[in-house]
Design a binder for this molecule. Structure first.
Ligand SMILES: Nc1ncnc2c1ncn2[C@@H]1O[C@H](COP(=O)(O)OP(=O)(O)OP(=O)(O)O)[C@@H](O)[C@H]1O
Ligand SMILES: [Mg+2]
Length: 143
């Protein structure tokens, strides 16, 4: 297994469509999958600054969301017989996705067209748009 597909999930229904597609693609091509969830540090800082949210509490909640999201991804990959590893990290989502893609030399990135925010007035969300601008490998946007 040399080929690897990086699948980004934010735990939303929109991203679960991308997760399924990424795993299908990996299975069909004999590739492995790396699943990533990024705890959004900017969103945390904004929530603390603007709404007085409890920083540690929010970090814990997002970490738990991420662990559940990558656990679901791993279960689907295991069921499909696709080699899988998962990463939950903290940072700016698009930056962390791009960094991991470079670090691990992945062959493709698969993401949803939208995510958690569910704002569909834009064609695609800001995280996936940012990755599209900067990625040096093919990006599959699933919508
Ligand atoms: N925190 C994250 N960690 C990993 N992947 C993410 C994260 N946030 C978004 N993604 C990936 O990006 C895709 C698109 O989500 P994005 O956040 O760009 O759209 P949105 O939530 O609808 O809009 P926005 O966040 O710009 O308000 C998701 O389906 C997922 O694949
Ligand atoms: Mg989002």
């Amino acid at each position: 297994m040399d080929e690897r597909i990086l699948v980004a999930t934010d735990g939303s229904a929109a991203s679960s469509v991308a997760v399924k597609k990424g795993i299908d693609l990996a299975k069909a091509t004999g590739a492995g999958v790396i699943g990533i969830y990024v705890v959004d540090e900017v969103a945390i800082l904004n929530a603390v600054r603007l709404f007085g949210a409890d920083k540690e509490d929010l970090e814990r909640k997002l970490q738990a969301t991420g662990e559940e999201a990558v656990r679901d991804l791993k279960r689907m990959a295991d069921n499909a017989g696709v080699p899988v590893e998962t990463v939950v990290t903290t940072g700016v989502p698009a930056n962390s996705i791009i960094e991991l893609a470079k670090e691990r030399g992945v062959d493709m990135i698969v993401m949803g067209g939208h995510g958690q925010s569910g704002v569909t007035k834009f064609i695609i969300g800001s995280v996936v748009k940012n990755v599209l601008y900067r990625a040096t490998v093919p990006v599959l946007v699933v919508r």
